[in-house]
Design a binder for this molecule. Structure first.
Ligand code: OAD
Length: 240
């Protein structure tokens, strides 16, 4: 067996920066590429504030299908490996573009969700917020006012939550190892966040079967799946 490329225990602050590819082995579809969600659904019709204002029921139908599908998926070996690293490095955080909640279900304790969560909703009229693991969510009306709740997701054209962005930025500045897994690095500002870690001296590793526009900036690129890449990097899911 090949020895792992590195030991998380040798690093103080480790950031796992994840995209849809980390959940692909759980059966959650990615957004782009073969079988990608945006190949089948027009995001302007289902994942934007103007679409929600035009037809909230249709937007909720799309998100309810996603809730039902993700609810049936389980965290995979990559999610579990990332969670297990918490026992071996002093500070481990996950900065994810995913909305599926699988890192938390695998046991990761520090997860910054840049693009929100499929499992939260909010009312922009009265400020009501809720976390519901209902799949599908049957009551899409705000319980406190006549408005519709909306999924608490960063849709196309939305700004990132400044508080989440700030805390993610702090983790990136402090980290000495960043492992990017399963993102196409096409959506900004998320795509360029690993470069902040690089500018502050972190070692950068990319795990993705395909090259991305950011690949040349990484110290090490593993062209394989999330679980195989983490196995190669950290060793047989025993990241000690
Ligand atoms: P994408 O669908 O754009 O990219 C998924 C990436 O995962 C690709 O680079 C694939 O090569 C890679 N991949 C596929 N299978 C993999 C596997 N088994 N292991 C590792 N990698 C694999 O997804 P994201 O980059 O996450 O935003 O997309 C970014 C954002 O665009 C999403 O958060 C979403 C989307 O629109 C919102 O919905 C706001």
């Amino acid at each position: 067996m090949e020895s792992p490329l590195l030991r998380v225990a040798d690093y103080q602050h480790v950031v796992f920066f994840t995209g849809a590819g980390v959940s692909a082995e759980s059966g959650v579809p990615t957004y782009r590429g073969r079988g990608g969600i945006w190949k089948h659904y027009d995001y302007e019709r289902y994942a934007s504030q103007p679409a929600f204002e035009r037809n909230p029921e249709e937007v909720w139908r799309f998100h309810n299908v996603r809730r039902e599908r993700v609810a049936k998926c389980l965290p995979n070996a990559a999610h579990r490996c990332i969670a297990a690293c918490e026992a071996h490095a002093e500070h481990v955080s996950v900065i994810t573009q995913n909305i599926d909640g699988l890192h938390q279900r695998a046991g990761s304790n520090v997860v910054h969700e840049l693009h929100g969560s499929l499992w939260r909703s909010r009312c922009d009229d009265c400020g009501y917020t809720a976390t519901e693991f209902d799949a599908p969510l049957r009551d899409v009306r705000c319980p406190h006012c006549p408005a519709y709740k909306r999924p608490d997701i960063v849709w196309f054209g939305d700004a990132l939550d400044p508080a989440v962005f700030e805390i993610a930025t702090q983790a990136l500045i402090r980290c000495d190892l960043l492992v990017s897994i399963g993102t196409s690095a096409l959506v900004y500002p998320a795509a360029e966040l690993p470069m902040l870690a690089r500018r502050h001296g972190a070692r950068l590793v990319e795990i993705n079967p395909e090259p991305t526009p950011m690949s040349p900036q990484f110290d090490t690129c593993l062209r394989t799946t999330a679980s195989a890449g983490l196995d190669r990097l950290l060793g047989a899911f025993d990241p000690s």
